[in-house]
Design a protein around this ligand. Structure first.
Ligand code: ATP
Length: 259
């Protein structure tokens, strides 16, 4: 028996009403995301990648179609804490230590002090920030801050992790390193990940599925199932298989412009 998808989007539409008239952000988006998959969304700026992630998180509400998260409405899923969300900027509170930043969602959810301490220790270990608990965000590099924000999203152990261009502002070496770490973390935790990126190599390196989107109104032009093995050293990027997938992503992006 196959489990039902974690995310099920069917003919999703979203039009924002703005002072300058309607903005059609998503058009007829249908997609199933299976448990344990790593799904990247790639497409030109403004094509609705963030909007789609925000719909899953119930931060935006579609104007048409249907969307379920773990079989629930996005609002129900939000109340059930079905996901952790990592934003483009780390968004840590400067007056709280790393440990207290990571503990924040647990505090809000009413975990006991002892449970908070235990979970914070576990997730900081997962993102390799053990020993930095008492530091303040400004004492950490950009990459470490982003790792701390991932730890915060992992703190309450939701099965689904939504990540909106988490490494976009980092230099390439740090980004490579965090990509490797994220894959290890995904393998260890078996979470389902939805990941927005502008980078073709990043999407191909990380994903089991790559969703290619067209310029506004955002539609899905291709969903590529990666043939790459789960175990991926960084030099996999030089293999013909990798280059072939990257080529198909590029073609999909180009097709979106030409339609
Ligand atoms: N709250 C809003 N009100 C009005 N328009 C919005 C709102 N949020 C997004 N948009 C518009 O919807 C479109 C899709 O935006 P979105 O941020 O989802 O794109 P994106 O693909 O994530 O872009 P980027 O890669 O630049 O982050 C854009 O044209 C944007 O201006």
């Amino acid at each position: 028996m196959t489990a039902s998808p974690v995310i099920q989007a069917s003919h999703l539409d979203l039009t924002f009403q703005t002072a300058d008239g309607p903005v059609h952000a998503l058009k007829d988006v249908s997609l199933d995301i299976e448990k344990g998959s790593f799904v990247s969304f790639i497409g030109p700026s403004g094509c609705g990648k963030t909007t789609f992630l925000r719909c899953i998180a119930a931060l935006e509400h579609p104007t048409g179609g249907s969307l379920t998260v773990n079989g629930m409405t996005p609002d129900e899923a939000r109340r059930a804490r079905a996901y952790g969300y990592v934003f483009q900027a780390a968004g840590l509170y400067p007056w709280r230590t790393i440990g207290r930043n990571v503990a924040l969602p647990l505090e809000i959810m009413g975990y006991s002090k002892a449970e908070q301490a235990e979970r914070v220790k576990q997730v900081l270990e997962l993102v390799e920030l053990s020993g930095f608990e008492k530091k303040f965000p400004w004492q950490l590099s950009g990459g470490m801050q982003q790792r701390a924000s991932i730890a915060r999203a992992l703190a309450f152990d939701a099965d689904l992790l939504l990540m909106d261009e988490p490494f976009g502002a980092l230099d390439e070496i740090v980004r490579d390193h965090l990509n490797e770490e994220l894959l290890k973390l995904w393998a260890k935790t078996e979470k389902t990940i939805g990941f927005v990126t502008h980078s073709i190599p990043e999407a191909v390196y990380l994903s089991t599925h790559i969703v290619v989107m067209s310029p506004r109104p955002g539609r899905i032009t291709d969903v590529i199932v990666s043939p790459l093995p789960k175990e991926r050293p960084l030099d996999i990027r030089d293999t013909p298989e990798f280059i072939e997938v990257a080529h198909r992503v590029r073609e999909g992006l180009r097709a979106g412009y030409e339609e």
